[in-house]
Design a protein around this ligand. Structure first.
Ligand code: CA
Length: 357
């Protein structure tokens, strides 16, 4: 934007008359979500972002949001943003592990950080810098787009009593957790969110993991697979905003700031929205859905998952320097952050719960 002043001269006096800035630049973007538009809270951040950006720019920067029901390409968001068909996307980084395994760290990894720890790593340690580095090869920017907090371990038709019960099981489970389960004999697949219930209903899969009670129960999985396991594999899943680099770089600086600020605001908002949805769903779960059996995996199974996870991580780190760089950064940060998590949140919960009994 250029400011144009003009010199007006009358008799002997010349004065500079400041004219207002030229009309603000009109920007019209499109954003594609991995989620169907009704799949809140995952489908909440993008429309909220569009509203904030529009209002903060007096309607000059508009972002049109398309859900998966419209573009029909839930798991192709990265390509569409990279190619410029959409300037923005809202998805989850670990869906791109087939293109670049290091993307998994920007969603969540098994036995990894909690949302408090991960947010601190992203914004106050090296996390976001590393995310930008990993995504620069796709010519896109990736920013945190809302966290689910600790996810549940998934829905199973039958109880998992031992490692033998995992063998031959067909399960929808994305990210590195899928590779961990594959090592333990599970037939792993990823399925777009809009097709999960049908796949379970038709027996294409025997088990699946999705998010947590707030999102899971309204999907109806419990009607088919009532064993509901606590989490181990996605302790802090971040969604992501993807932005075409060229489109972002040519925005006026003020619009870039509006966009970045709005992304951070709606990301924080999604963590609260999902926590609220899960707390409310959990409160009524026993009375409204008495068939759901809440379980934890047996220690033998959890130990095998941890061992398989360490092997998967070490194998990637040995062959991929960038994977190793991000893995080392997370592990190093988690080591100190976990001590504080234990001293603060864990002690608080344990001590106050103990006297409440
Ligand atoms: Ca999940």
């Amino acid at each position: 934007m250029k400011r144009i002043g003009k010199i007006a001269c009358a008799l002997a006096a010349c004065v500079l008359i400041a004219s207002p800035a030229l009309a603000a630049e009109k920007v019209r973007w499109k954003l594609a979500m991995t989620w169907p538009s009704t799949l809140t809270p995952l489908a909440s951040p993008a429309p909220k972002l569009a509203k904030i950006v529009s209002e903060m720019t007096d309607g000059n920067f508009e972002i049109k949001v398309d859900g998966a029901e419209k573009h029909k390409a839930a798991l192709e968001i990265l390509d569409m943003v990279k190619g410029g068909q959409f300037e923005m996307g809202h998805s989850a980084s670990y869906y791109w592990k087939g293109k670049d395994i290091t993307t998994v760290f920007f969603t969540s990894v098994p036995f990894g950080m909690t949302s408090d720890e991960q947010n601190a790593w992203l914004w106050y340690d090296d996390g976001q810098k590393l995310q930008e580095k990993v995504y620069s090869k796709f010519n896109v920017y990736s920013f945190p787009g809302g966290n689910t907090g600790v996810q549940m371990g998934g829905w199973f038709r039958k109880e998992i009593k031992s490692l033998d019960d995992l063998k031959g099981l067909k399960m929808r489970i994305p990210g590195l957790a899928g590779e961990v389960f594959a090592k333990l004999g599970v037939n792993v697949t990823n399925i777009a969110p809009g097709e999960m219930y049908t796949s379970l209903d038709r027996g294409t899969i025997d088990a699946l993991e999705w998010v947590g009670p707030g999102m899971d129960i309204k999907m109806g999985f419990h009607k088919i697979a009532p064993y509901y396991y606590t989490g181990w594999h996605e302790p802090a899943s971040d969604m992501q905003f993807l932005i075409n680099k060229e489109a972002f770089d040519k925005l006026p600086k003020s619009y870039q700031t509006v966009l970045k600020t709005a992304m951070q605001a709606v990301a924080a908002d999604m963590l609260s929205e999902n926590f609220d949805a899960s707390a409310k769903a959990w409160e009524v779960m026993k009375s409204e859905h008495p068939n759901i059996k809440v379980m934890t995996f047996p220690p033998e199974v959890l130990k095998a998952m941890k061992k398989a996870n360490d092997e998967v991580m070490e194998a990637y780190a040995a062959q991929n320097p960038e994977f190793k760089e991000v893995y080392d950064s997370q592990q190093k940060y988690m080591k100190k952050a976990r001590e504080w998590s234990k001293m603060s949140t864990q002690y608080y919960l344990e001590t106050t719960e103990a006297i409440a009994k």
